[in-house]
Design a protein around this ligand. Structure first.
Ligand code: NAD
Length: 369
């Protein structure tokens, strides 16, 4: 019997509509090969949702996401919606909102080197050789979701006694939030190289001391077979560049994970190649790690591979279609080995006839599939 999966498509802004079309093309090719039907529902998020409904995350979008088996998102944002007015709607609120509403507390960011692109890294080839890590970032707690306020301090009660504007953000974590992300990290490590690096700032922050205590308790109770190391976040920032191949699973809180995953992404030298997944206990969301690239939107030159690799993750984690996911990874590797490049991943030696646009790159992947 043909399996059927419902997928909610959130194209968003900038290059979003161009790259998501290639993701759908690849899904359809996989569906034909593996006797699986994918049904799609389009919904609005980000800037385009603000333009059409006044809100970055309309209720209809949440309904469509909840009614699906997985969500495929491209990217949101652009200069049109940039504002410092704290009361104006912003495209990123759509992203933060959908993560919160769907309970997506885990963000997975794989960082892997494709051999054909090893030269794209700014690090020496011998340093990046064998890099294969998974950053597991807590996504719905911490500083980005804590209480915040901006106000005018009439009484000059601030640190230097002067009147003026003040603001604060709050960093808070509960035992429950730390425990569930720690479990996810250990489970993933067991399917990989069996090592977890837990990143915190326990020498300064109370939330980090709680983080470290809970991660160790979960480890000792249920995952003693997994190697566990603690690393302070500042040291981690250095070691990611010094010895990136030593990392397997890196688990950390929301803001540290935001920063470190972008740093780790740069190790590959090709942002247009990196996918991500956000998951909780229900429907999961898959998207490229890069933004909406407004500088190249509408030109047909965006790299669709991060979007296509996010489809790979969707097949692997939401639909348990590991074989199909491996097919996609093989197809991407093959196309790169054959020398095909989009503009962002070409180098001085790439011949002009090997540089292709968004649609042609998608076609190449489908042909190899
Ligand atoms: P960006 O990732 O959009 O672009 C950074 C640079 O990388 C640009 O030069 C862009 O052309 C290039 N690039 C990115 N993806 C590419 C691709 N697939 N193919 C070829 N080149 C690619 O980051 P930015 O410029 O800092 O942000 C642009 C907008 O995207 C902002 O509004 C930002 O808020 C938003 N943003 C959204 C997300 C998201 O939706 N998850 C993430 C980051 C930034």
């Amino acid at each position: 019997m043909t399996a059927t999966y419902k997928i909610c498509l959130l194209a968003g802004d900038g290059i979003g509509p161009e790259i998501i079309a290639e993701g759908v093309k690849v899904l359809n090719a996989v569906g034909a090969k593996y006797d699986t039907a994918f049904e799609y529902t389009d919904a609005l998020i980000g800037g385009i949702a603000i333009d059409e409904t006044g809100e970055p995350l309309p209720a209809a979008t949440l309904d469509a996401a909840r009614a699906s088996d997985a969500v495929l998102l491209a990217a949101v944002g652009g200069p049109k919606w940039d504002t410092t007015d704290p009361n104006a709607p912003r495209p990123e609120q759509g992203l933060l909102g959908i993560r919160k509403e769907l309970g997506l507390y885990t963000n997975l960011r794989p960082v892997q080197i494709f051999n054909a692109l090893a030269d794209a890294s700014t690090l020496k080839p011998e340093i990046v050789d064998g890099v294969d890590m998974m950053i597991v970032r807590e996504l719905t707690g911490g500083l980005y979701f804590g209480m915040r306020e901006r106000f005018y301090d009439e009484d000059g009660a601030g640190p230097n006694g002067t009147k003026g504007q003040r603001a604060y953000d709050t960093l808070e974590y509960s035992e429950y939030e730390i425990e569930r992300i720690a479990r996810q990290a250990f489970e993933i490590a067991r399917k990989r190289k069996n090592k977890v690096t837990s990143v915190d700032k326990a020498n300064v922050l109370e939330t980090s001391r709680l983080w470290r205590e809970i991660v160790h308790r979960v480890h000792d109770e249920a995952y003693a077979d997994v190697e566990l190391e603690d690393l302070l976040v500042d040291n981690t920032a250095m070691q990611l560049i010094n010895r990136p191949a030593d990392f397997d699973v890196v688990v950390t809180e929301n803001m540290f994970g935001d920063i470190l995953s972008d740093e780790a992404a740069q190790i590959t030298g090709s942002l247009g190649m990196l996918a991500s997944a956000s998951m909780g206990d229900g429907v999961a969301l898959y998207e490229p790690s890069h933004g909406s690239a407004p500088d190249i939107a509408g030109q047909g030159i965006a790299n669709p591979l991060a979007q296509i690799l996010s489809v790979e993750m969707m097949l692997r984690y939401s639909f348990d279609m590991g074989e199909a996911a491996d097919d996609i990874r093989r197809a991407v590797t093959q196309v790169l080995d054959e020398g095909w490049r989009t503009g962002d991943i070409k180098d001085a030696e790439t011949p002009a006839d090997k540089i292709v646009g968004t649609v042609a790159m998608g076609d190449l992947i489908v042909e190899r599939l």
